[in-house]
Design a protein around this ligand. Structure first.
Ligand code: FDA
Length: 459
Protein backbone atom coordinates (compact mmCIF):
# COMPACT_ATOMS: atom_id res chain seq x y z
CA UNK A 1 0.00 0.00 0.00
CA UNK A 2 1.45 3.35 -1.05
CA UNK A 3 0.06 6.76 -0.23
CA UNK A 4 0.92 10.05 -1.93
CA UNK A 5 -0.35 13.62 -1.59
CA UNK A 6 -0.84 16.19 -4.35
CA UNK A 7 -2.78 19.41 -4.94
CA UNK A 8 -4.70 17.79 -7.80
CA UNK A 9 -5.20 14.15 -8.79
CA UNK A 10 -6.21 13.58 -12.40
CA UNK A 11 -7.92 10.33 -13.43
CA UNK A 12 -7.14 9.46 -17.05
CA UNK A 13 -4.09 10.18 -19.21
CA UNK A 14 -5.99 11.08 -22.39
CA UNK A 15 -5.72 14.44 -24.12
CA UNK A 16 -8.07 16.10 -21.59
CA UNK A 17 -6.35 14.83 -18.45
CA UNK A 18 -2.81 15.50 -19.68
CA UNK A 19 -3.72 19.00 -20.85
CA UNK A 20 -5.22 19.80 -17.45
CA UNK A 21 -2.21 18.35 -15.63
CA UNK A 22 0.25 20.43 -17.66
CA UNK A 23 -1.73 23.64 -17.12
CA UNK A 24 -1.96 23.02 -13.37
CA UNK A 25 1.73 22.22 -13.12
CA UNK A 26 2.59 25.43 -14.99
CA UNK A 27 0.54 27.31 -12.39
CA UNK A 28 2.70 25.81 -9.63
CA UNK A 29 0.31 23.13 -8.37
CA UNK A 30 1.48 19.58 -7.72
CA UNK A 31 -0.31 16.91 -9.75
CA UNK A 32 -0.46 13.19 -10.38
CA UNK A 33 -2.19 11.54 -13.34
CA UNK A 34 -3.55 8.04 -12.71
CA UNK A 35 -4.08 5.98 -15.85
CA UNK A 36 -5.83 2.60 -15.91
CA UNK A 37 -4.13 1.38 -19.07
CA UNK A 38 -0.48 0.50 -19.55
CA UNK A 39 -0.13 3.41 -22.00
CA UNK A 40 -1.12 7.08 -22.21
CA UNK A 41 -3.39 8.58 -24.87
CA UNK A 42 -6.76 6.94 -24.26
CA UNK A 43 -8.64 7.17 -27.55
CA UNK A 44 -5.41 8.33 -29.26
CA UNK A 45 -3.40 5.25 -30.05
CA UNK A 46 -0.84 4.94 -32.84
CA UNK A 47 0.53 1.43 -33.11
CA UNK A 48 2.38 -0.83 -35.54
CA UNK A 49 0.27 -3.83 -36.56
CA UNK A 50 1.92 -6.48 -38.76
CA UNK A 51 4.49 -3.89 -39.83
CA UNK A 52 2.00 -1.12 -40.66
CA UNK A 53 1.66 2.05 -38.59
CA UNK A 54 -2.04 2.51 -37.87
CA UNK A 55 -4.07 5.20 -36.13
CA UNK A 56 -6.25 2.90 -34.07
CA UNK A 57 -8.10 5.85 -32.55
CA UNK A 58 -8.41 9.55 -33.46
CA UNK A 59 -6.27 10.95 -36.25
CA UNK A 60 -7.70 13.87 -38.26
CA UNK A 61 -7.42 17.56 -37.48
CA UNK A 62 -9.67 20.21 -39.04
CA UNK A 63 -9.11 23.97 -39.41
CA UNK A 64 -11.64 24.94 -36.71
CA UNK A 65 -9.81 22.83 -34.11
CA UNK A 66 -7.70 25.74 -32.95
CA UNK A 67 -6.92 24.45 -29.46
CA UNK A 68 -5.53 21.17 -30.80
CA UNK A 69 -3.64 22.96 -33.58
CA UNK A 70 -1.98 25.22 -30.98
CA UNK A 71 -0.83 22.16 -29.01
CA UNK A 72 0.44 20.43 -32.16
CA UNK A 73 2.46 23.55 -33.04
CA UNK A 74 3.72 24.00 -29.53
CA UNK A 75 4.91 20.39 -29.38
CA UNK A 76 6.76 20.88 -32.69
CA UNK A 77 4.76 18.21 -34.55
CA UNK A 78 4.31 18.29 -38.30
CA UNK A 79 1.07 17.78 -40.19
CA UNK A 80 0.21 16.72 -43.73
CA UNK A 81 -2.92 16.82 -45.86
CA UNK A 82 -5.17 13.82 -46.37
CA UNK A 83 -4.78 12.58 -49.98
CA UNK A 84 -7.67 13.98 -52.02
CA UNK A 85 -6.58 14.09 -55.67
CA UNK A 86 -9.00 12.65 -58.22
CA UNK A 87 -12.62 11.53 -58.02
CA UNK A 88 -14.62 10.52 -55.00
CA UNK A 89 -17.24 7.77 -55.37
CA UNK A 90 -20.86 7.51 -54.25
CA UNK A 91 -23.10 4.44 -54.28
CA UNK A 92 -26.82 5.18 -54.51
CA UNK A 93 -29.85 3.23 -53.23
CA UNK A 94 -29.90 0.93 -56.30
CA UNK A 95 -26.23 0.05 -55.86
CA UNK A 96 -24.97 2.12 -58.81
CA UNK A 97 -21.57 3.76 -58.42
CA UNK A 98 -20.94 7.34 -59.57
CA UNK A 99 -17.66 9.26 -59.55
CA UNK A 100 -17.82 12.89 -58.47
CA UNK A 101 -15.84 15.88 -57.27
CA UNK A 102 -16.89 18.55 -54.77
CA UNK A 103 -19.03 18.13 -51.70
CA UNK A 104 -22.53 17.29 -52.88
CA UNK A 105 -23.06 13.64 -53.72
CA UNK A 106 -24.00 12.88 -57.36
CA UNK A 107 -27.72 12.36 -56.81
CA UNK A 108 -30.63 13.24 -59.10
CA UNK A 109 -31.48 16.97 -59.52
CA UNK A 110 -34.53 16.84 -57.24
CA UNK A 111 -32.61 15.07 -54.46
CA UNK A 112 -29.72 17.49 -54.88
CA UNK A 113 -32.08 20.45 -54.44
CA UNK A 114 -33.47 18.85 -51.29
CA UNK A 115 -30.01 18.14 -49.89
CA UNK A 116 -28.84 21.71 -50.53
CA UNK A 117 -32.04 23.09 -48.99
CA UNK A 118 -31.64 20.91 -45.87
CA UNK A 119 -27.97 21.82 -45.48
CA UNK A 120 -28.86 25.53 -45.69
CA UNK A 121 -31.69 25.11 -43.21
CA UNK A 122 -29.49 23.18 -40.78
CA UNK A 123 -26.72 25.78 -41.14
CA UNK A 124 -29.21 28.50 -40.19
CA UNK A 125 -30.43 26.50 -37.17
CA UNK A 126 -26.87 25.70 -36.08
CA UNK A 127 -26.03 29.41 -36.20
CA UNK A 128 -28.68 29.92 -33.46
CA UNK A 129 -27.14 27.32 -31.14
CA UNK A 130 -24.41 28.00 -28.61
CA UNK A 131 -22.32 24.82 -28.70
CA UNK A 132 -21.43 25.41 -25.04
CA UNK A 133 -25.07 25.70 -23.99
CA UNK A 134 -27.45 24.16 -26.57
CA UNK A 135 -30.07 23.76 -23.82
CA UNK A 136 -30.41 27.55 -23.73
CA UNK A 137 -31.86 27.68 -27.25
CA UNK A 138 -35.51 28.87 -27.00
CA UNK A 139 -36.71 25.68 -28.75
CA UNK A 140 -34.25 23.37 -27.03
CA UNK A 141 -36.84 21.17 -25.36
CA UNK A 142 -38.96 20.78 -28.51
CA UNK A 143 -35.87 19.97 -30.59
CA UNK A 144 -34.77 17.45 -27.98
CA UNK A 145 -38.13 15.61 -28.05
CA UNK A 146 -37.93 14.76 -31.74
CA UNK A 147 -35.41 12.31 -33.15
CA UNK A 148 -33.16 13.55 -35.95
CA UNK A 149 -34.76 10.88 -38.14
CA UNK A 150 -38.28 12.16 -37.39
CA UNK A 151 -37.14 15.75 -37.95
CA UNK A 152 -35.78 14.79 -41.38
CA UNK A 153 -38.97 12.87 -42.23
CA UNK A 154 -41.05 15.96 -41.41
CA UNK A 155 -38.78 18.10 -43.59
CA UNK A 156 -38.66 16.10 -46.80
CA UNK A 157 -40.29 13.13 -48.51
CA UNK A 158 -37.09 12.47 -50.45
CA UNK A 159 -35.67 9.30 -48.92
CA UNK A 160 -32.22 9.55 -50.51
CA UNK A 161 -31.82 13.16 -49.36
CA UNK A 162 -32.80 12.10 -45.82
CA UNK A 163 -30.42 9.14 -45.84
CA UNK A 164 -27.51 11.29 -46.95
CA UNK A 165 -28.15 14.16 -44.55
CA UNK A 166 -28.55 11.67 -41.69
CA UNK A 167 -25.23 10.07 -42.67
CA UNK A 168 -23.22 13.23 -41.89
CA UNK A 169 -24.36 13.17 -38.24
CA UNK A 170 -25.48 9.60 -37.49
CA UNK A 171 -22.99 7.30 -39.24
CA UNK A 172 -20.11 9.73 -39.50
CA UNK A 173 -20.19 11.45 -36.10
CA UNK A 174 -22.45 10.21 -33.29
CA UNK A 175 -22.32 6.62 -34.67
CA UNK A 176 -25.87 5.92 -33.51
CA UNK A 177 -28.97 5.45 -35.68
CA UNK A 178 -30.65 8.78 -36.48
CA UNK A 179 -33.75 7.65 -34.55
CA UNK A 180 -31.68 7.20 -31.35
CA UNK A 181 -30.70 10.86 -30.78
CA UNK A 182 -32.55 14.12 -30.94
CA UNK A 183 -32.50 16.98 -33.43
CA UNK A 184 -30.96 19.12 -30.66
CA UNK A 185 -28.12 16.62 -30.23
CA UNK A 186 -27.58 16.72 -34.02
CA UNK A 187 -27.43 20.53 -33.96
CA UNK A 188 -24.90 20.44 -31.12
CA UNK A 189 -22.73 18.05 -33.15
CA UNK A 190 -22.77 20.44 -36.12
CA UNK A 191 -22.35 23.59 -33.96
CA UNK A 192 -19.29 22.04 -32.33
CA UNK A 193 -17.64 21.92 -35.78
CA UNK A 194 -18.70 25.48 -36.70
CA UNK A 195 -21.57 24.61 -39.09
CA UNK A 196 -23.44 21.73 -40.70
CA UNK A 197 -21.67 22.54 -43.98
CA UNK A 198 -18.35 21.72 -42.34
CA UNK A 199 -19.56 18.18 -41.67
CA UNK A 200 -20.60 17.81 -45.31
CA UNK A 201 -17.16 18.87 -46.53
CA UNK A 202 -14.79 15.93 -45.96
CA UNK A 203 -11.87 18.06 -47.13
CA UNK A 204 -12.56 20.41 -44.23
CA UNK A 205 -13.50 18.05 -41.42
CA UNK A 206 -10.89 15.40 -42.28
CA UNK A 207 -8.20 17.80 -43.35
CA UNK A 208 -4.82 16.93 -41.85
CA UNK A 209 -2.96 14.22 -40.01
CA UNK A 210 0.10 14.38 -37.79
CA UNK A 211 3.30 12.89 -39.23
CA UNK A 212 4.10 9.89 -37.04
CA UNK A 213 0.63 9.78 -35.49
CA UNK A 214 -1.67 11.84 -33.28
CA UNK A 215 -0.82 9.83 -30.17
CA UNK A 216 2.38 11.85 -30.02
CA UNK A 217 0.31 14.67 -28.55
CA UNK A 218 -0.50 12.79 -25.32
CA UNK A 219 2.91 11.07 -25.33
CA UNK A 220 4.76 14.39 -25.40
CA UNK A 221 2.38 15.99 -22.89
CA UNK A 222 2.99 13.04 -20.56
CA UNK A 223 6.76 13.33 -21.03
CA UNK A 224 6.59 16.85 -19.56
CA UNK A 225 4.98 15.44 -16.45
CA UNK A 226 7.66 12.77 -15.96
CA UNK A 227 7.06 10.64 -12.86
CA UNK A 228 3.75 12.34 -12.19
CA UNK A 229 2.01 10.04 -14.67
CA UNK A 230 1.35 6.58 -13.21
CA UNK A 231 0.22 3.75 -15.51
CA UNK A 232 -1.75 0.63 -14.54
CA UNK A 233 -3.58 2.59 -11.85
CA UNK A 234 -7.28 2.03 -12.42
CA UNK A 235 -9.20 4.26 -10.00
CA UNK A 236 -11.94 2.33 -8.23
CA UNK A 237 -12.90 4.62 -5.36
CA UNK A 238 -13.29 8.36 -4.86
CA UNK A 239 -13.94 9.51 -1.31
CA UNK A 240 -14.83 13.16 -1.11
CA UNK A 241 -16.13 15.60 1.41
CA UNK A 242 -19.80 16.21 1.05
CA UNK A 243 -20.39 19.94 1.47
CA UNK A 244 -23.31 19.14 3.77
CA UNK A 245 -21.39 16.73 6.01
CA UNK A 246 -18.99 19.30 7.42
CA UNK A 247 -16.03 16.91 7.05
CA UNK A 248 -12.66 18.14 5.80
CA UNK A 249 -12.58 19.13 2.13
CA UNK A 250 -10.55 17.30 -0.50
CA UNK A 251 -10.50 13.82 -1.99
CA UNK A 252 -8.99 10.44 -1.22
CA UNK A 253 -8.65 8.31 -4.33
CA UNK A 254 -7.89 4.61 -4.30
CA UNK A 255 -6.76 2.47 -7.19
CA UNK A 256 -7.19 -1.23 -7.88
CA UNK A 257 -3.40 -1.57 -7.61
CA UNK A 258 -3.50 -0.37 -3.99
CA UNK A 259 -2.35 3.25 -4.36
CA UNK A 260 -4.01 5.96 -2.26
CA UNK A 261 -3.80 9.61 -3.32
CA UNK A 262 -4.89 12.48 -1.08
CA UNK A 263 -5.52 15.73 -2.91
CA UNK A 264 -7.40 19.01 -2.65
CA UNK A 265 -9.07 18.45 -6.03
CA UNK A 266 -9.76 15.59 -8.41
CA UNK A 267 -10.39 15.73 -12.15
CA UNK A 268 -12.16 12.78 -13.71
CA UNK A 269 -10.84 13.02 -17.26
CA UNK A 270 -12.41 10.04 -18.98
CA UNK A 271 -15.56 9.16 -20.90
CA UNK A 272 -18.58 10.08 -18.73
CA UNK A 273 -20.16 6.66 -19.25
CA UNK A 274 -17.40 5.25 -17.02
CA UNK A 275 -18.34 7.19 -13.83
CA UNK A 276 -20.71 4.42 -12.66
CA UNK A 277 -17.74 2.01 -12.57
CA UNK A 278 -16.22 4.09 -9.76
CA UNK A 279 -17.48 3.94 -6.19
CA UNK A 280 -18.11 7.42 -4.84
CA UNK A 281 -18.15 7.90 -1.08
CA UNK A 282 -20.57 9.54 -0.47
CA UNK A 283 -22.54 8.85 -3.65
CA UNK A 284 -22.67 11.62 -6.26
CA UNK A 285 -25.73 13.90 -6.07
CA UNK A 286 -28.96 12.27 -7.30
CA UNK A 287 -29.23 14.30 -10.52
CA UNK A 288 -25.68 13.43 -11.54
CA UNK A 289 -26.49 9.76 -11.09
CA UNK A 290 -29.60 10.12 -13.27
CA UNK A 291 -27.68 12.08 -15.88
CA UNK A 292 -25.07 9.36 -16.15
CA UNK A 293 -27.79 6.91 -17.12
CA UNK A 294 -28.86 9.05 -20.07
CA UNK A 295 -25.56 9.15 -21.94
CA UNK A 296 -24.08 6.33 -23.97
CA UNK A 297 -21.22 5.71 -26.35
CA UNK A 298 -21.63 5.45 -30.08
CA UNK A 299 -20.56 2.26 -31.81
CA UNK A 300 -18.27 2.15 -34.83
CA UNK A 301 -15.63 -0.18 -36.26
CA UNK A 302 -12.71 1.65 -37.85
CA UNK A 303 -11.28 -0.66 -40.50
CA UNK A 304 -7.70 -0.43 -41.76
CA UNK A 305 -6.71 -2.16 -45.01
CA UNK A 306 -3.11 -1.78 -46.18
CA UNK A 307 -2.09 -2.68 -49.77
CA UNK A 308 1.29 -2.93 -51.47
CA UNK A 309 0.45 0.33 -53.29
CA UNK A 310 -2.42 2.86 -53.35
CA UNK A 311 -3.97 1.10 -56.39
CA UNK A 312 -7.12 3.29 -56.48
CA UNK A 313 -4.98 6.34 -57.35
CA UNK A 314 -4.06 4.59 -60.65
CA UNK A 315 -7.77 4.75 -61.56
CA UNK A 316 -7.89 8.48 -60.76
CA UNK A 317 -9.72 7.87 -57.48
CA UNK A 318 -9.06 9.88 -54.33
CA UNK A 319 -10.00 7.01 -52.02
CA UNK A 320 -12.92 9.07 -50.65
CA UNK A 321 -16.18 7.12 -50.79
CA UNK A 322 -19.68 7.51 -49.35
CA UNK A 323 -22.90 5.55 -49.27
CA UNK A 324 -25.61 5.27 -46.64
CA UNK A 325 -26.47 1.98 -48.38
CA UNK A 326 -23.10 0.32 -47.88
CA UNK A 327 -21.80 -1.56 -44.84
CA UNK A 328 -18.82 0.76 -44.80
CA UNK A 329 -20.69 4.05 -45.16
CA UNK A 330 -17.50 6.09 -45.76
CA UNK A 331 -13.89 5.37 -46.70
CA UNK A 332 -10.74 7.40 -47.28
CA UNK A 333 -7.17 7.13 -48.47
CA UNK A 334 -5.30 6.85 -45.20
CA UNK A 335 -1.81 6.29 -46.55
CA UNK A 336 0.86 7.30 -44.05
CA UNK A 337 3.19 10.20 -44.76
CA UNK A 338 6.03 9.07 -47.03
CA UNK A 339 4.72 5.47 -47.21
CA UNK A 340 4.93 3.60 -50.53
CA UNK A 341 2.13 1.31 -49.49
CA UNK A 342 -1.47 2.44 -49.71
CA UNK A 343 -3.94 2.36 -46.84
CA UNK A 344 -7.70 2.60 -46.99
CA UNK A 345 -9.72 3.33 -43.88
CA UNK A 346 -13.41 2.46 -43.74
CA UNK A 347 -16.05 2.89 -41.05
CA UNK A 348 -18.91 0.57 -40.11
CA UNK A 349 -21.33 2.29 -37.77
CA UNK A 350 -24.22 1.58 -35.39
CA UNK A 351 -26.72 -0.93 -36.85
CA UNK A 352 -24.24 -2.18 -39.42
CA UNK A 353 -21.73 -2.72 -36.60
CA UNK A 354 -24.40 -4.58 -34.59
CA UNK A 355 -24.98 -6.85 -37.56
CA UNK A 356 -21.27 -7.62 -37.94
CA UNK A 357 -20.87 -8.59 -34.30
CA UNK A 358 -23.50 -11.28 -34.82
CA UNK A 359 -21.23 -13.12 -37.28
CA UNK A 360 -17.75 -14.66 -36.99
CA UNK A 361 -14.56 -12.58 -37.27
CA UNK A 362 -13.84 -14.19 -40.67
CA UNK A 363 -17.27 -13.32 -42.03
CA UNK A 364 -17.01 -9.79 -40.61
CA UNK A 365 -13.72 -9.25 -42.43
CA UNK A 366 -15.04 -10.75 -45.68
CA UNK A 367 -18.16 -8.56 -45.62
CA UNK A 368 -16.24 -5.38 -44.84
CA UNK A 369 -13.72 -6.00 -47.63
CA UNK A 370 -16.59 -6.82 -49.99
CA UNK A 371 -18.08 -3.42 -49.17
CA UNK A 372 -14.74 -1.67 -49.82
CA UNK A 373 -14.52 -3.51 -53.15
CA UNK A 374 -17.85 -2.01 -54.20
CA UNK A 375 -16.14 1.40 -54.07
CA UNK A 376 -12.64 0.54 -55.28
CA UNK A 377 -12.84 -2.75 -57.21
CA UNK A 378 -11.83 -6.33 -56.46
CA UNK A 379 -8.26 -5.43 -55.49
CA UNK A 380 -9.66 -3.96 -52.29
CA UNK A 381 -10.46 -7.52 -51.15
CA UNK A 382 -6.79 -8.43 -50.81
CA UNK A 383 -4.99 -6.19 -48.30
CA UNK A 384 -1.57 -7.22 -46.98
CA UNK A 385 -2.54 -5.95 -43.53
CA UNK A 386 -6.09 -5.88 -42.18
CA UNK A 387 -7.13 -4.55 -38.76
CA UNK A 388 -10.36 -3.57 -37.05
CA UNK A 389 -10.28 -0.94 -34.30
CA UNK A 390 -12.89 -2.26 -31.91
CA UNK A 391 -13.25 0.29 -29.11
CA UNK A 392 -16.37 -1.42 -27.80
CA UNK A 393 -14.03 -4.10 -26.47
CA UNK A 394 -11.86 -1.58 -24.62
CA UNK A 395 -12.67 -1.69 -20.90
CA UNK A 396 -11.60 1.93 -20.35
CA UNK A 397 -13.57 3.39 -23.29
CA UNK A 398 -16.43 0.99 -24.19
CA UNK A 399 -17.43 2.43 -27.55
CA UNK A 400 -16.52 5.03 -30.18
CA UNK A 401 -16.12 7.71 -31.01
CA UNK A 402 -17.62 9.30 -27.93
CA UNK A 403 -20.69 9.72 -25.71
CA UNK A 404 -23.95 11.50 -26.44
CA UNK A 405 -27.32 11.89 -24.75
CA UNK A 406 -30.36 9.78 -25.47
CA UNK A 407 -33.64 11.40 -26.57
CA UNK A 408 -34.50 14.34 -24.32
CA UNK A 409 -31.36 13.96 -22.20
CA UNK A 410 -29.45 16.95 -23.53
CA UNK A 411 -32.05 19.57 -22.61
CA UNK A 412 -32.81 17.79 -19.33
CA UNK A 413 -29.28 17.24 -18.03
CA UNK A 414 -26.76 18.78 -20.45
CA UNK A 415 -26.15 21.82 -18.24
CA UNK A 416 -25.14 19.54 -15.34
CA UNK A 417 -22.61 17.44 -17.22
CA UNK A 418 -19.58 19.66 -16.56
CA UNK A 419 -20.66 20.99 -13.16
CA UNK A 420 -18.14 20.18 -10.43
CA UNK A 421 -19.26 18.26 -7.35
CA UNK A 422 -17.38 19.68 -4.36
CA UNK A 423 -13.69 19.01 -5.06
CA UNK A 424 -14.45 16.71 -8.04
CA UNK A 425 -14.20 18.26 -11.51
CA UNK A 426 -15.00 16.63 -14.85
CA UNK A 427 -13.22 17.01 -18.21
CA UNK A 428 -13.49 15.06 -21.45
CA UNK A 429 -14.04 15.61 -25.17
CA UNK A 430 -17.52 14.16 -24.64
CA UNK A 431 -18.66 17.25 -22.72
CA UNK A 432 -17.07 19.91 -24.93
CA UNK A 433 -18.92 22.60 -26.90
CA UNK A 434 -16.45 23.49 -29.67
CA UNK A 435 -14.59 20.31 -30.55
CA UNK A 436 -17.24 18.02 -29.01
CA UNK A 437 -16.33 14.34 -29.50
CA UNK A 438 -12.91 15.38 -30.84
CA UNK A 439 -9.39 15.81 -29.48
CA UNK A 440 -9.79 19.58 -29.79
CA UNK A 441 -12.70 19.40 -27.33
CA UNK A 442 -10.61 17.29 -24.95
CA UNK A 443 -7.87 19.95 -24.96
CA UNK A 444 -10.44 22.71 -24.43
CA UNK A 445 -12.06 20.86 -21.50
CA UNK A 446 -8.65 20.14 -19.94
CA UNK A 447 -7.78 23.83 -20.11
CA UNK A 448 -11.17 24.91 -18.77
CA UNK A 449 -11.13 22.67 -15.75
CA UNK A 450 -7.53 23.59 -14.93
CA UNK A 451 -8.39 27.29 -15.05
CA UNK A 452 -11.37 26.70 -12.73
CA UNK A 453 -9.19 24.91 -10.17
CA UNK A 454 -6.43 27.53 -10.40
CA UNK A 455 -9.06 30.21 -9.74
CA UNK A 456 -10.43 28.27 -6.75
CA UNK A 457 -6.96 27.92 -5.22
CA UNK A 458 -6.43 31.67 -5.54
CA UNK A 459 -9.81 32.61 -4.07
P1 FDA B 1 -9.93 9.50 -23.49
O1 FDA B 1 -10.98 8.45 -23.47
O2 FDA B 1 -9.02 9.56 -24.64
O3 FDA B 1 -9.01 9.39 -22.19
C1 FDA B 1 -9.52 8.95 -20.95
C2 FDA B 1 -8.45 8.14 -20.23
O4 FDA B 1 -8.95 7.79 -18.94
C3 FDA B 1 -8.09 6.84 -20.94
O5 FDA B 1 -6.72 6.76 -21.11
C4 FDA B 1 -8.64 5.76 -20.00
O6 FDA B 1 -7.85 4.60 -20.02
C5 FDA B 1 -8.55 6.45 -18.66
N1 FDA B 1 -9.48 5.92 -17.65
C6 FDA B 1 -10.79 5.60 -17.79
N2 FDA B 1 -11.30 5.18 -16.62
C7 FDA B 1 -10.27 5.22 -15.72
C8 FDA B 1 -10.17 4.89 -14.34
N3 FDA B 1 -11.22 4.43 -13.61
N4 FDA B 1 -8.98 5.03 -13.72
C9 FDA B 1 -7.89 5.50 -14.41
N5 FDA B 1 -7.94 5.83 -15.73
C10 FDA B 1 -9.12 5.69 -16.37
N6 FDA B 1 -11.10 12.80 -32.74
C11 FDA B 1 -10.54 13.68 -33.62
O7 FDA B 1 -10.31 14.84 -33.25
N7 FDA B 1 -10.22 13.28 -34.90
C12 FDA B 1 -10.45 12.01 -35.34
O8 FDA B 1 -10.13 11.66 -36.48
C13 FDA B 1 -11.06 11.10 -34.44
N8 FDA B 1 -11.30 9.81 -34.81
C14 FDA B 1 -11.59 8.86 -33.86
C15 FDA B 1 -11.58 7.50 -34.20
C16 FDA B 1 -11.79 6.54 -33.23
C17 FDA B 1 -11.79 5.08 -33.63
C18 FDA B 1 -12.00 6.93 -31.87
C19 FDA B 1 -12.21 5.91 -30.80
C20 FDA B 1 -12.03 8.28 -31.53
C21 FDA B 1 -11.82 9.26 -32.52
N9 FDA B 1 -11.80 10.61 -32.21
C22 FDA B 1 -11.33 11.51 -33.11
C23 FDA B 1 -12.22 11.07 -30.87
C24 FDA B 1 -11.02 11.40 -29.96
O9 FDA B 1 -10.07 10.37 -30.05
C25 FDA B 1 -11.51 11.57 -28.53
O10 FDA B 1 -12.55 12.52 -28.52
C26 FDA B 1 -10.43 12.05 -27.57
O11 FDA B 1 -9.21 11.39 -27.79
C27 FDA B 1 -10.89 11.86 -26.13
O12 FDA B 1 -9.93 12.36 -25.23
P2 FDA B 1 -10.25 12.38 -23.66
O13 FDA B 1 -8.98 12.72 -22.98
O14 FDA B 1 -11.43 13.24 -23.43
O15 FDA B 1 -10.72 10.89 -23.29
Amino acid sequence: MTEITRDVVIVGAGAAGLTAANELKKAGLSVVVLEARDRVGGRLWTDVIDGAMLEIGGQWVSPDQEALKEVIDELGLETYSRYREGDSVYIGPEGGLTRFTGEIFPVGPETEREMVRLIEKLDAMVAQIDADAPWEHPDAEALDRVSFQAWLEAETADQEARDNIALFIAGAMLTKPAYAFSALQALLMAASAGSFSHLVDADYILDERVVGGLQQVPLLLAERLGDDVLLDQAVSEVEWADATSGSASGVIIRTEAGLTVRARFAILAHAPILYPWIEFIPALPRLKQQLHQHISMGFVIKVHAVYDRPFWREQGLSGTAFSPYELSHEAYDNTNFGDERGTLVGFVSDRNADELFRVSAEERKARILESLSHYFGDEAKHPVVYFESDWGAEEWTRGAYAASFDMGGLSRYGADLRTAVGPIHFACSDMAGAGYQHVDGAVRMGRLVASQIIEETRA
